[in-house]
Ligand binder design. Structure first.
Ligand SMILES: Nc1ncnc2c1ncn2[C@@H]1O[C@H](COP(=O)(O)OP(=O)(O)OP(=O)(O)O)[C@@H](O)[C@H]1O
Ligand SMILES: [Mg+2]
Length: 234
């Protein structure tokens, strides 16, 4: 469904992503793991067209999307949940969720999706009228995921949903990520928490200094001595 070939990202003279190639099949959850500064966010931003690739190409559902405008990426059905969440702080929870559906016109189904999201995250329902900027970090992460789902995407790009959250909140959020994936959502999950990411995904890629250095089924990566030493603290 997503095919990334020879993708490069540079900031001025600095090469953040050095020609990486990977893919995500329809219905699959794939993890992209790696240490701080490995180039994970840069990869995701280039796919979502938040920034320009310096080289390589990205195909989605057979179409070359390498140079599409960001709003066209959303129209194609790719929803990015950015690092740091990016909720609209001065809008309420309900308004943020409505923003996620701004391209849709199917009112009854939107209402059903909203119910579903409130079912995933009852906390958001309780706080529907609260300004998003006053939510806790974990609640903002829930909202960011909920907003992405409101666009009814074909594919979800998640950038470190566990970042800065207490274990109990991480657990809650990953329960929903698992549920959404089990319902068939194609997902690219970026995580520094390698254990968690490899436990919920089917396949994984390890990124180091802008390159993919290891790939395989998540279960075998979890058992890989190099992964265990570098990312699982063993
Ligand atoms: N806007 C920018 N200008 C210059 N350099 C940048 C910019 N954004 C990222 N970089 C650099 O690119 C490299 C990769 O950063 P990136 O954010 O993609 O890493 P990451 O794998 O997402 O790391 P983290 O796990 O800390 O979020 C880093 O060395 C970073 O300093
Ligand atoms: Mg990052």
């Amino acid at each position: 469904m997503l095919e990334v070939t020879g993708l490069r990202v540079a900031y001025g003279g600095i090469q953040a992503v050095r020609s990486i190639t990977f893919h995500v099949n329809e219905g699959e959850m794939v993890a992209l793991i790696g240490a701080n500064g490995a180039g994970k966010t840069s990869t995701l931003k280039a796919i979502a067209r938040v920034l320009d690739a310096a080289g390589g190409d990205v195909h989605f559902c057979g179409e070359d999307i390498t140079r599409l405008a960001p709003h066209h990426i959303v129209r194609r059905g790719i929803a990015l949940v950015p690092e740091g969440r990016g909720v609209f702080p001065r809008l309420t929870v309900a308004e943020n969720l409505a923003m996620g559906a701004f391209l849709r016109h199917d009112k009854p189904e939107m209402a059903a999706d909203l119910d579903k999201i409130y079912g995933y995250f009852p906390r958001l329902k309780e706080r529907a009228a609260q300004l998003a900027g006053t939510l806790s970090g974990g609640e903002q992460q829930m909202l960011a995921i909920g907003r992405a789902l409101m666009s009814r995407p074909k594919m979800l790009l998640l950038d470190e949903p566990s970042m800065g959250l207490a274990p109990i909140m991480v657990q809650k959020i990953f329960e929903v990520v698992r549920t959404v994936a089990a319902e068939g959502m194609t997902t690219l999950l970026i995580e520094q928490n390698a254990k968690l990411a490899l436990e919920v995904s089917q396949r994984g890629y390890v990124m180091e200094s802008g390159e993919i250095t290891l790939t395989g089924e998540s279960a075998s990566l979890l058992d890989d001595p190099k992964v265990r030493a570098a990312y699982l603290g063993e």
